[in-house]
Design a protein around this ligand. Structure first.
Ligand code: HEM
Ligand code: HEM
Length: 226
């Protein structure tokens, strides 16, 4: 089997930047004091990553496309039935079960980032959309923000355990391909990483984040106490 390019550079960069920024979000919210502003900035960055990935899931290279790794229930069940077979079929892209785990992870991060926009730290800092909503909505958003992260942690633990399980039990080493992009496979590789397209998509994503965070939110009336 030949080694072929499967994960383009933008998808790999997205993956490791997501790992880095989620770790940063945890540290700035739970472990450090007086860094809420950095938690906000990192949150906007994470929101940008998710928007990038959504567009890249439509306009990216083959294996990054949602249409390539979203399978129907029958394929998922058939694959799930072979999960504990050592010699189950290897997939160049995400397998039918893993594809849905990817969708779940992306959705949870999206809920986390969007709910953050409505949050307040009750001291100095309000998220950009705090002023747009009633207290009841703030409550819902806080509830989501405080609890969805715990679900995300469980799914991430499962994700990492699955990578370990594939490496040890099935002798399918998936992690190196998320670093160098290449896999030995009979399926077709991708011709290139489409870096120019990725730069354009990254700029569009940054523009959308800027609009959502800086331009669209309602003006906040400053309150002064003398
Ligand atoms: C905060 C922790 C992590 C998060 C949130 C995360 C999230 C994700 C996401 C969203 C994807 C889908 C990539 C895409 O198509 O865009 C993915 C795939 C992948 N991740 Fe992670 N990941 C994390 C940690 C790790 C770690 C530590 C490893 C390495 C041991 C790893 C290895 C992989 C691999 C190998 C794939 C491709 C799976 C496949 O072959 O189908 N991830 N991850
Ligand atoms: C995906 C991105 C994000 C992640 C993973 C994340 C994660 C977290 C976590 C784990 C907490 C602690 C919750 C707890 O105490 O149980 C937290 C709190 C908080 N986050 Fe985020 N967050 C994200 C985005 C944002 C954004 C975009 C904003 C605002 C613009 C924001 C604002 C806040 C605030 C105000 C708190 C409460 C801090 C306090 O208790 O005083 N977050 N976040």
């Amino acid at each position: 089997m030949e080694k072929k390019l499967i994960w383009d550079i933008p998808t790999r960069l997205f993956h490791w930047l997501l790992v880095f920024s989620l770790a940063g979000q945890y540290v700035t919210a739970e472990l450090m004091d007086n860094v809420m502003q950095w938690h906000f900035y990192l949150g906007y960055f994470t929101l940008g990553l998710i928007i990038f990935r959504l567009i890249w899931g439509i306009a990216g290279s083959d294996y990054a496309k949602f249409s390539q790794f979203i399978y129907g229930p029958r394929a998922v069940l058939r694959y799930a039935g072979t999960l504990f077979k050592r010699a189950s079929e290897a997939h160049a892209g995400h397998n039918p079960l893993g594809g849905w785990v990817v969708i779940i992870m992306l959705s949870l991060v999206a809920v986390q980032a969007v709910s953050g926009l409505f949050m307040t730290d009750d001291i100095f800092l309000d998220g950009p959309w705090r002023a747009a909503v009633e207290d009841s909505t703030l409550k819902t958003m806080s509830y989501l923000h405080n609890n969805v992260f715990n679900i995300l942690l469980v799914v991430i633990a499962l994700h990492i355990a699955a990578i370990g399980f594939y490496a040890v039990y099935k002798k399918q080493k998936l992690a190196p391909a998320m670093v160098h992009g290449k896999k030995s496979t009979n399926e077709a590789g991708i011709p290139s990483s489409r870096l120019l397209a990725a730069v354009v998509v990254a700029l569009i994503s940054a523009g959308i984040v800027y609009y959502v965070v800086e331009i669209a939110p309602p003006e906040v009336e400053e309150e002064y106490y003398y």
